[in-house]
Design a protein around this ligand. Structure first.
Ligand SMILES: *Cc1c(COP(=O)(O)O)cnc(C)c1O
Length: 371
């Protein structure tokens, strides 16, 4: 079964094979592997060794987003979040429930956020210290560029928190050129193609030190994780880490390097997206986004208007043909969503398009006639 979902993604058998042993996290053979993982993700982010710190937090991507908000904004601190879709909605909720004050900027869901709109909202309200950015809005598939937004944020003396969970490793990011970034957040199970269980934030060391005491949660305090790394060794954790997940992630990084790093990964995912996007148009079902706004990570397809259309039946029919997609709608108008990321090549995407044509026929939806 191939997962065509925007995480957790299909993984290579070598990645899964790395999990078939026991590890002691504090063992002297284990610590260097953990420390190396931090160095390697720092390099992918364009971080400066010594200036930026890669911090690992047990759990999923949301945990590291919450930890970033808690760490870099004090209780009652203010953040601007453009409502780009469901993942922006999640950041809004995480910040609000942590007692930070959110200003929501309504924006169209089907195109990148306008940096001018961000600048206007910040200029109007000097009390806002941060802007939250969803790098790849997984709900829509639109890419929101942390560099373009960051430039205006920086010009106004504010800072950003970047949810790059579904983008990191595929879309370019250069922390050395983006001093306004307090945290770039990602997880093990998306574009690096590991399994789920560990989340990351990469942050400036000076900011981690300046923000000690903000978090109000020992579990979700990135400054405390940083201090622990300084006092102990970089390859140690405060609490038990998922070692099998980290071992698998380390192999996933080997494969990432062997493929040619971020540019190669972006090229493969873009090719996957193109095969799928164009294939769906040939089948007579319409992608939600215009081609110029379609990112390489997730494609949403309008649910066919045919009376026989039923998402769950379609998902089951497709599963019988070897591909698994999300079984829920998360766009304003019903659309089914397909991830172009993971251990999937364009040839498999071609097979997925053919499987979808057959699955549509299985459930009695003749889209070609309608087209
Ligand atoms: C997957 C994802 C997350 C985190 O999801 P978890 O289930 O917490 O790992 C956050 N933001 C975006 C944009 C995502 O795609």
């Amino acid at each position: 079964m191939k997962l065509l979902i925007p995480g957790p993604v299909s993984t290579h058998p070598d990645v899964r094979a790395a999990m078939t042993q026991d590890f002691a996290p504090w063992d002297n053979d284990t610590k260097p592997m953990i420390a190396a993982v931090k160095d390697r993700v720092l390099a992918i982010a364009g971080g400066v060794p010594g200036e930026h710190m890669a911090l690992m937090l047990q759990g999923c991507g949301h945990y590291a987003i919450e930890a970033s908000i808690r760490t870099f904004l004090p209780p009652g601190g203010r953040i601007l979040i453009a409502d780009t879709g469901p993942y922006a909605g999640r950041m809004i909720r995480l910040a609000s429930e942590a007692g930070r004050l959110v200003t929501v900027l309504p924006v169209p869901a089907d195109r990148p956020v306008s940096p001018t709109a961000i600048a206007a909202a910040l200029a109007e309200d000097p009390g806002i210290s941060h802007v939250g950015i969803i790098h790849s809005e997984t709900g829509s598939g639109v890419i929101h560029d942390p560099a373009a937004i960051g430039a205006v944020v920086r010009a106004l003396g504010r800072r950003t928190i970047v949810d790059s969970v579904s983008a990191f490793g595929a879309l370019p990011l250069n922390l050395a050129e983006r001093p306004e970034i307090d945290a770039v957040v990602f997880s093990s199970n998306k574009c690096i193609e590991g399994v789920a269980g560990i989340a990351f934030a990469i942050s400036p060391a000076a900011r981690l030190e300046a923000c000690a005491g903000n978090a109000g949660s020992w579990s979700f305090d990135l400054s405390d994780i940083h201090q622990h790394g300084l006092k102990n060794l970089p390859g140690t954790f405060r609490f038990t880490p998922p070692m099998q997940v980290i071992a698998a992630f380390s192999v996933a990084l080997d494969r990432f390097d062997a493929e040619g790093g971020q540019p190669a990964r972006l090229a493969r995912y873009t090719a996957n997206m193109r095969v799928f996007y164009d294939g769906m148009i040939r089948l007579g079902v319409a992608p939600v986004l215009a081609p110029e706004h379609q990112g390489p990570i997730v494609v949403n397809i309008h649910a066919p208007t045919h009376p026989a259309w039923n998402l769950l039946e379609f998902v089951d029919a497709l599963k019988r043909r070897g591909f698994l997609i999300s079984n829920f709608y998360n766009t304003e108008n019903p659309s089914f969503r397909v991830g172009c990321i993971g251990d999937i090549a364009p040839a498999e995407m071609t097979e997925a398009v053919e499987a979808m044509a057959l699955a549509l026929a299985d459930i009695g939806v003749d889209t070609r006639k309608a087209a």
